[in-house]
Design a protein around this ligand. Structure first.
Ligand SMILES: C[S@@+](CC[C@H](N)C(=O)[O-])C[C@H]1O[C@@H](n2cnc3c(N)ncnc32)[C@H](O)[C@@H]1O
Length: 406
């Protein structure tokens, strides 16, 4: 294809993606093609240079959030309105609004005032981008800036101690991240909502689309009937239970007991709340997964995006506690990332995930052989590895189907 035609086709693509009849999968494919074209057009060193200059964008957005710019009830507003509401100097408010508009996060009216646009709506309190900006600026950027100093202080050792990593060095604590988080309500809120919004990449329990949940659960259900036990699904470290709820709705034709286990702050927010589906019920249970698993012989134990938050020692302990509660018929489903063992397959997104796990948790993203070794050390066996047919960026989520090693 001649270059002018290619340029015309790319320009036309803008109209196609705004057309409501365009399929989500086609847009995802287009996004991937554009990303790879972008990579071919831009030298990686130039990209790094651009990123270095763009770091301010995040801080500007964070300032906008802090001053409540995106939560305006006034349709049209100016620096004095922001200053009145937030106590910010009007001259500073003026610079922030101008900066947000230059990033297209606000629109400017003909009178030189400001108004929210489609993008600014994602930055409203409770929006996914809003939470991501808070987590990035208040947590990740602080930690990233301190990572070098941490490695200088630890003699450049690969971090494997959940209580002594870049995170602890930055926030001057000896607590692992999840024990520290409840003391930071703003971050805890943003984290919970972000986890909920990003479960499965696009929607909670996206794995039920490509894991044969109905026949598998049917088989387990029939077994439970023979044993005269009710079918039980335990979501260990399940947060607000979005994964369990999504499975519950998919599985509403069979009676099943869904138990969501997590720390007290999760159980408290749902205290005395029993969510009932057509057939199933969802129970909240306060449980620390480093202790003995209280629900024994459940049919399904589920660990969604938990183990990549922990180094080997703690991951093994979590698995062993589940292993001890499992019987020969129990299945453990682990929903997590699985990297390739071949370094040439590693994508920038996977690298960023791995780096984030290292700095925040002193933990790794694991390759298939890494998972095999971890499961083996907890006397568990990988029965099947299911992988999402749809890529989320340049990575695919996986579901490890695990049984007790015989
Ligand atoms: C990354 S989030 C994943 C949440 C959910 N499974 C998902 O996929 O969205 C990790 C979860 O583990 C929980 N967690 C951390 N330490 C825990 C512990 N010691 N016992 C139980 N849950 C814990 C956290 O509170 C959080 O909800």
């Amino acid at each position: 294809m001649l270059l002018p035609h290619l340029v015309a086709a790319i320009n036309e693509a803008k109209d196609i993606i705004n057309d409501p009849s365009t399929k989500k999968e086609d847009v995802a494919q287009l996004r991937q093609a554009c990303a790879s074209l972008g990579n071919a057009l831009e030298d990686p060193a130039d990209r790094l240079l651009n990123q270095a200059f763009q770091i301010q964008d995040l801080i500007i957005a964070r300032m906008g959030i802090q001053l409540g710019v995106f939560d305006q009830s006034q349709p049209i507003f100016g620096p004095c309105d922001v200053a009145d509401r937030s106590g910010c100097d009007p001259a500073l408010a003026s610079r922030i609004l101008r900066a947000l508009a230059s990033l297209s996060l606000l629109d400017i009216t003909q009178e030189g005032k400001y108004k929210l646009n489609k993008s600014s709506k994602s930055l409203i309190d409770g929006g996914m981008v809003h939470d991501c900006i808070i987590l990035t600026v208040d947590l990740a950027l602080k930690m990233s800036a301190n990572t070098l100093a941490f490695f200088e202080s630890n003699g450049y050792h690969n971090p494997t101690n959940a209580s002594r990593g870049a995170f602890q060095h930055t926030f001057e604590t000896s607590l692992p991240f999840f024990e520290w988080l409840p003391s930071q309500p703003r971050l805890q809120n943003a984290f919970n909502r972000f986890m909920e919004a990003t479960a499965g990449g696009v929607s909670p329990a996206q794995w039920v689309e490509w894991f044969p949940v109905v026949p598998k659960f049917q088989e387990l259900y029939e077994r439970s009937q023979k044993d005269k036990k009710s079918l039980t699904f335990v979501d260990v470290g399940g947060g607000h239970g979005h994964e369990a709820k999504a499975v519950m709705s998919r599985f509403s034709h069979l009676p099943c007991r869904f138990i969501v286990q997590d720390g007290p702050e999760y159980v408290k927010t749902h205290d005395a709340q029993l969510e009932s589906g057509e057939q199933g019920s969802l129970e909240r249970m306060e449980y620390n997964f480093f202790n003995k698993q209280p629900v024994e012989h459940a049919h399904v134990y589920f660990l969604g995006r938990v183990l990549h938050n922990w180094p080997e020692v703690q991951s093994r302990q979590i698995l062993q506690n589940i292993r001890q509660a499992m019987d020969q018929d129990s299945v453990l489903l682990i929903y997590d990332w699985v990297l390739s063992d071949n370094p040439t397959d590693m994508t920038p997104e996977q690298t960023r995930d791995d780096w984030a796990m290292m700095t925040l948790f002193s933990a790794p993203e694991r390759s298939e052989s890494g998972w095999q070794a971890l499961l083996d050390s907890a006397s568990l066996e990988l029965l099947n590895l299911w992988t999402s047919p749809e890529a989320n960026g340049s990575r695919r989520s996986s579901l490890l189907e695990v049984v007790v090693k015989t």
